[in-house]
Design a protein around this ligand. Structure first.
Ligand SMILES: [Zn+2]
Length: 83
């Protein structure tokens, strides 16, 4: 399992695809993918959730996913802080 390739999206990618279900549907409809899917959660909330999930990982497969999620959350948080 991997994550949606869009930098601000933390959803899991559909198996065999590059995008999550929501972004894949937007692309199929010809809609722009730029607007964030989730605006209710702040970048800080996303980052702390990812950090907690990372600290709870206890297997190799979960580690890669949690590390990827944490990296994306950290990058997203850093981008928003810079604005
Ligand atoms: Zn997505």
């Amino acid at each position: 399992m991997s994550y949606c390739i869009l930098p601000d999206c933390l959803n899991e990618a559909r198996s065999g695809g590059d995008y999550c279900d929501a972004h894949r549907k937007r692309l199929q409809r010809g809609q722009p993918v730029a607007p964030p899917l989730r605006v209710a959660r702040s970048a800080w909330t996303v980052l702390t959730d990812a950090a907690l999930a990372y600290s709870d990982v206890d297997d190799e497969q979960g580690y890669g996913r949690a590390a990827d999620r944490l990296r994306k959350a950290a990058e997203s948080y850093a981008r928003r802080r810079g604005k």
